[in-house]
Design a binder for this molecule. Structure first.
Ligand SMILES: Cc1ncc(COP(=O)(O)O)c(C=O)c1O
Length: 355
């Protein structure tokens, strides 16, 4: 038996997730908070007692659950935490589907979903988004998938998906709906809260969110899900104990209790700079897609080569070759305006070099 044959069959075709993460002076490739860490969270990390490192963390992060529940306006028993929302998504897929079941997800959307699907022995079924990158409810329901994954605002297109279509899917599927709201803070207060009530009422919907984006804590890996208490409990079993480390729990709780004004202020800046960036891209003759997130997707010819030239010039963006409906595109994270100015300058030169 070869080493490869010793691994589970469903793992043999899985490659390691390997986007280009080599260091770059300005990194606009991963949609994190480019203004930095919230101040109270930073202090909490610097002042952490040694026991935060030498002892095990809590089993299921109850203090964090309470702080997240207050932030989201829900009860703590509807919250499940994880090592990033990646962990919440992976655990949820495992909790709700048997190997061999189908998971339906939008194309294009978050690149990790088909990978998590295969890691859990599921069949990933890509459902094309419409011309305007909205969800086709009938196409999703026709897959008869055990798990339906939706993402709003969607990565990489940046748009919110129609509430009507999402509600129709929730009302008519016999499986579970996972609604990934990693970027919901950037879609405005209505986008932040509109799904919570539906999720809690439906009993078959899990909202996943993260502290990696608006909260600026990506390196700590703190994500969370919101669902009916029964559903949240199943995800927690699948996730297992000790997943949120003690430094992360301490910083995240502090950020939720003391840094929300800082977060809101920087979300507002990101929204303002997103619109300025879109206008500047248009003056380069490009047609960026409207975005409700902290990134902008802009179609360009030869995205891979343009991205490579930009990286060489010190600005990392994320190339997406061959997207449905638009072809090649670059996804640019929004940050402080000086970074955006450098990006626009470097992009203009990279495009000129392509000609
Ligand atoms: C749509 C979406 N969901 C989930 C994640 C995972 O975020 P994290 O694991 O850092 O919470 C990302 C990260 O880029 C994302 O874009």
């Amino acid at each position: 038996m070869t080493t490869l044959e010793l691994a589970r069959a469903c793992y043999r075709d899985i490659d390691l997730y390997a986007p280009d993460r080599s260091p770059c002076a300005i990194d606009l490739s991963d949609n994190t908070n480019l203004w930095g860490i919230p101040p109270a969270a930073e202090l909490a990390i610097r002042q952490a007692p040694i026991a935060t490192v030498t002892r095990y963390p809590s089993l299921y992060a109850p203090t964090l659950k309470r702080a997240l529940a207050d932030y989201a306006g829900v009860e703590p028993d509807t919250v499940v935490t994880g090592c990033g929302s990646d962990d919440v998504l992976d655990s949820a897929i495992r909790a709700f589907a048997e190997p061999g079941d189908r998971i339906a997800y939008p194309d294009p959307s978050f690149a990790m979903i088909p990978i998590f699907a295969r890691m859990n022995g599921l069949e990933p079924v890509a459902v094309p988004l419409s011309q305007s990158f909205d969800v086709d409810a009938d196409a999703f329901l026709a897959t008869d998938a055990r798990v339906i994954y939706l993402c709003s605002p969607n990565n990489p297109t940046g748009n919110v998906m129609s509430a009507e279509a999402i509600e129709r899917i929730i009302a008519n599927t016999s499986g579970v709906v996972i609604l990934d709201a990693a970027y919901s803070e950037f879609g405005g207060p209505a986008e932040m809260h509109r799904w919570t009530e539906i999720a809690l009422r439906s009993g078959r919907t899990l909202i996943s969110r993260t502290m990696s984006k608006a909260f600026g804590l990506a390196g700590l890996r703190v994500g969370y899900g919101i669902a009916s208490p029964a559903l949240a409990a199943e995800v927690e079993k699948s996730r297992g104990p000790y997943k949120v480390n003690a430094i992360a729990e301490r910083a995240a709780v502090t950020a939720l209790r003391e840094d929300v004004a800082w977060v809101n202020e920087h979300v507002a800046l990101a929204i303002r700079n997103r619109e300025l960036l879109s206008t500047a891209l248009a003056t380069l003759g490009l047609a960026p897609l409207p975005s409700a997130s902290n990134f902008v997707l802009v179609p360009v010819h030869n995205a891979a080569e343009t991205g490579r030239r930009m990286r060489q010039a010190g600005v990392a963006v994320r190339p997406f070759p061959g997207l449905p409906h638009i072809g090649d595109a670059l996804r640019i994270s929004v940050g402080p305006w000086e970074m955006m100015e450098t990006c626009i300058d470097v992009l203009g030169k990279a495009l000129a070099a392509n000609d």
